[in-house]
Write a protein that binds this ligand. Structure first.
Ligand SMILES: *Cc1c(COP(=O)(O)O)cnc(C)c1O
Length: 441
């Protein structure tokens, strides 16, 4: 357990991975934990900080996943530790809907200030990304008095019933779990690697045509989109795609919802991915990177939309828990004082330059923004997805003590989401290991 000393920023393997203590814990996991809850690596964590996860056998791994884009400020980041420790001694819960507390209000004020657009905003806090997405849909439906929701190919919005309907990929997210929520419609995305490089405006026109013909603007409450898709494959839409959708939504009284659960909080080299093209969503959903790992999520948006639901219509027992709020305020302070937006750009530049320099013709596409970068792997010289190579590279990296994640509808995307606290030398070492793995695979 932690004795408060900083963790050495190095990769160090003292056993094979997984080591004996992880193997034993995995055995216990398999008999105690529902098998539907999978793990990327069969390696149990004991401490983590900066760019490193230390396992129960004393191995230090390089973390290129940040617990899925959550610990962007680093694990147990000092400000987060101090703020949460102070809060836990003061009180742990009253329920904001019973006797409120200022941490919640301060997080709302911070999100209203930091999210795109200078219009008057309100925020409501929840526990998970999926819960916040559901609430964004509730708010849009009440505000517009319409029911339809448009989402996109390859979308990922969560695992609850409504968000399963909004998520595109069957296996593992939806298979056997239906029936799904009604009034969810899917439109084609801008996916430059796979749509022949369609210009953003043309891809938007194609999506809008589907929406108008198959749903009808008058039935549509919201368009919900990840500005850069996460689980779907780190798909960056062509420039112009998002602004055209926003304009169409505006012209048709449809609420434009940006799901920035994965892209938010400096990850993409802007505070929010929408900032890149000056896109101003009506509602923005945030979670993951918001609170350094404490469960928190938010919907922030135009005051007139956010205030549309009746009093008591939004909320939950734990939403905006005081510990999570203290963590979020510390995360925001860390991002601002440590210039983590710039840091994300620097990390992204290193990632893209090094991955391109691998010169491997099975890397069909290197893409992303800031410290949210991926490679899409294909059979050499084609666009045919290669999920087997992707699995093999990820497994080899895991065995070498590098935590990498995969994603994509076709299971052929390796994604890199290092903590922004990652030191340069560790990132370079991880990339050298990956380059070596590609050479040998
Ligand atoms: C992870 C994710 C969600 C769901 O968040 P949970 O906290 O896991 O419920 C929703 N949208 C996007 C874009 C995500 O990456």
């Amino acid at each position: 357990m932690s004795d408060g000393t900083p963790i050495a920023q190095q990769r160090r393997l003292v056993t094979q991975l997984p080591g004996p203590r992880s193997i034993e814990l995995m055995r216990r996991k398999n008999s105690a934990v529902a098998s539907g809850v999978g793990t990327t690596m069969p390696v149990f964590a004991e401490r983590a900080g900066g760019g490193v996860v230390v396992d129960v056998d004393g191995n230090s791994l390089i973390d290129l996943g940040s617990g899925i884009a959550v610990t962007s400020v680093g694990n147990s980041a000092p400000r987060v530790v101090d703020a949460v420790s102070a809060q836990v001694r003061a009180f742990t819960h009253t329920c904001f809907m019973v006797t409120p507390y200022d941490g919640y209000v301060r997080v709302a004020e911070a999100l209203n200030r930091l999210t795109p657009g200078s219009h008057e905003k309100r925020t409501a806090l929840f526990n998970s990304g999926a819960e916040a997405v559901e609430n964004a849909v509730k708010i849009a439906r009440v505000a517009t008095k319409r029911q339809g929701v448009v989402v996109f190919d390859h979308a990922y919005h969560g695992r609850t019933n409504l968000t399963m309907a909004m998520t595109a990929k069957n296996m593992p997210y939806k298979h056997g779990f239906g029936p799904f929520a009604a009034e969810v419609y899917r439109a084609p995305l801008s996916y430059p690697f796979r749509d022949g490089g369609l210009a953003g405006e043309e891809a938007a026109a194609r999506a809008i045509d589907v929406i108008e013909k198959q749903v009808g603007a008058a039935n549509l409450a919201a368009v919900v989109i990840e500005p850069i898709q996460g689980e779907g494959g780190f798909i960056v839409p062509a420039d112009g795609f998002l602004p055209a959708l926003v304009q169409w939504c505006k012209d048709n009284g449809v609420v434009f919802v940006a799901d920035e659960v994965q892209t938010g909080f400096a990850r993409t080299g802007d505070l929010f991915a929408c900032d890149h093209e000056g896109v101003v969503p009506d509602l923005i959903v945030t979670a993951k990177g918001i609170a350094g790992g404490l469960p928190l999520a938010a919907v922030t948006g135009r005051a007139e939309l956010m205030d549309a639901p009746h009093v008591g219509g939004l909320g939950g027992t734990y939403g905006g828990n005081p510990l999570a709020c203290a963590a979020a305020l510390a995360v925001i302070e860390t991002i601002e004082t440590e210039h983590l937006v710039d840091r994300a750009r620097h990390i992204g530049k290193t990632l893209v330059e090094r991955l391109q320099a691998f010169g491997d013709d099975r890397i069909g596409d290197v893409r992303g923004r800031g410290a949210m970068v991926a490679v899409e792997l294909v059979k050499a010289g084609t666009t045919e997805p290669d999920p087997d190579l992707t699995k093999a590279v990820a497994s080899a990296a895991h065995a070498e003590g590098v935590v990498v994640l995969t994603c994509g509808t076709y299971g052929n995307v390796l994604r890199f989401l290092p903590p922004l606290a990652m030191p340069d030398h560790l990132l370079a070492e991880a990339l050298t290991i990956l380059e070596d793995i590609f050479r040998k695979s």
